[in-house]
Design a protein around this ligand. Structure first.
Ligand code: MN
Length: 226
């Protein structure tokens, strides 16, 4: 088949402990406002968005990924998240189908720009969620090796100071419920990654900051802002 230029390589995420197996990415979904923090009365209403496939930047355990601060933002926020990796898809899926669809889990940082205002004053979600390396992820851990979706602790340190800590216990939509909801609006496919939301404490970073985050039982990730 002739192409007008060489087609881009299929974006992938490596699998933990398997040198020759890769997870090919189809789409990247995210859910925002998905944690009910202890002590709060009002539950947020979660909403969905997408990140471009080529914003995903896999980071091996023990490595540190450099993420350049976009020139058009002064407010880059870190969001540590549990990420589901789908091996099956579907439309209008049931919870049982969602459980069968999860191939594995990884840790992601959903970097978000807080200062991309539209004329209405609202944040432009497409600009906020999409820039180079806006979605660093750990290598994927197969579901049969993870105790998920049982409650797991998430944590993130910036320069060795704790910024985020939480538990997937406090998710409004569980990862499987998120898959069910997403499949009402889009046909999910094998290769989809789903960022499931972040607990409180998502704060701004500056060039030079070193971020270490993780989800217990899944993995950890290290990133430096440059
Ligand atoms: Mn997020």
């Amino acid at each position: 088949m002739p192409f007008v230029f060489a087609p881009p390589q299929q974006p992938v995420v490596p699998i933990q402990d398997e040198r020759y197996t890769f997870f090919p990415i189809h789409r990247v979904y995210g859910v925002a406002k998905n944690y009910a923090e202890p002590g709060t009365q009002v539950k947020d209403v979660p909403f969905f968005f997408m990140k471009a496939v080529d914003t995903v930047a896999p980071v091996a355990e023990g490595d540190c990924l450099s993420v350049p601060m976009p020139a058009h933002s002064q407010d880059v926020k870190h969001e540590i998240e549990l990420v589901a990796a789908l091996g099956k898809g579907g439309r209008n899926m049931t919870l049982e189908e969602a459980a069968e669809a999860v191939w594995g889990w990884c840790v992601g940082i959903d970097f978000t720009l807080g200062d991309q205002k539209m004329p209405s004053g609202a944040n432009d979600i497409t600009r906020a969620k999409n820039f180079e390396r806006a979605a660093p992820v750990s290598y994927i851990r197969p579901a049969y090796r993870c105790p998920m979706p049982e409650p797991a602790d998430l944590w993130l340190y910036v320069n060795n100071r704790k910024r985020q800590g939480g538990s997937t216990d406090h998710l409004i939509l569980s990862p499987l419920e998120t898959i069910v909801e997403l499949s009402k609006y889009w046909e999910l496919r094998p290769g989809d990654l789903i960022f499931t939301g972040t607990p409180s404490g998502a704060g701004s970073v500056q060039p030079g900051d070193l971020l270490k985050g993780g989800v217990n039982g899944v993995g950890s990730i290290e990133v430096k802002i440059v």
